[in-house]
Design a protein around this ligand. Structure first.
Ligand SMILES: Cc1cc2nc3c(=O)[nH]c(=O)nc-3n(C[C@H](O)[C@H](O)[C@H](O)COP(=O)(O)O)c2cc1C
Length: 174
């Protein structure tokens, strides 16, 4: 079996699931460019675009970065890692939007993705040689899904699905 490659935007949003198991091959230049372009066109507060897209595609550097997170194996295995760096004054909300746009662009091209938290931000800053006041809290892993390995891992995952809407919606006042 293989994962679907949605073309309808609403379907893409509803079906976006993380992929942590990748085939051992780099992400093509065309797919990488499309993912980066989706990040570039993300809206931001006051259109400030206070971000940089740090591409990590050197396996040694990927392994070093993996040492900065607690659940970071996908960083080692990914065909491409993009760290959306928050520049001084930028908003974490905007970085989240960049991440989601990149991941949605990826899935429409058959590229799986997983955000990974860099729990030790000092470690990430050192590995990535970040200038002062620049923040790298999350890294985005991309790669072509290894369908069998991914399905196997999903079957063993304890948490899946989403809360029902009636547990999420609050009207007028909390
Ligand atoms: C902010 C954020 C941080 C995450 N950090 C990690 C991480 O460090 N390691 C990991 O394997 N997955 C990480 N994930 C992926 C989540 O575990 C995943 O989105 C969640 O379990 C839902 O998965 P699903 O969309 O496949 O159902 C992160 C996701 C988000 C949004």
């Amino acid at each position: 079996m293989s994962f679907t490659r949605p073309t309808d935007p609403y379907e893409s949003v509803l079906n976006l699931r993380v992929v942590r198991k990748y085939l051992p091959q780099p992400v093509s230049a065309g797919d990488a460019a499309a993912i980066l372009e989706a990040g570039r066109w993300t809206g931001s507060a006051k259109n400030r675009q206070d971000w940089a897209f740090l591409i990590v595609d050197d396996p040694d550097q990927q392994a070093q970065l993996a040492g900065c997170g607690q659940f970071s194996q996908p960083l080692r295995d990914a065909g491409l890692v993009i760290v959306p760096v928050r520049l001084p004054g930028g908003y974490e909300f905007d970085i989240g939007r960049v991440a989601q746009n990149m991941m949605l662009a990826a899935v429409t091209r058959g590229v799986g993705s997983c955000p990974v938290t860099l729990h030790d931000e000092g470690c990430a800053a050192e590995v990535l040689r970040l200038p002062p006041d620049h923040q790298a809290r999350y890294a985005l892993c991309f790669g072509y899904p290894d369908d069998d390995a991914e399905l196997e891992q999903r079957a063993s995952r304890s948490m899946s699905g989403r809360k029902p809407l009636d547990r999420l919606i609050v009207r007028n006042r909390y």
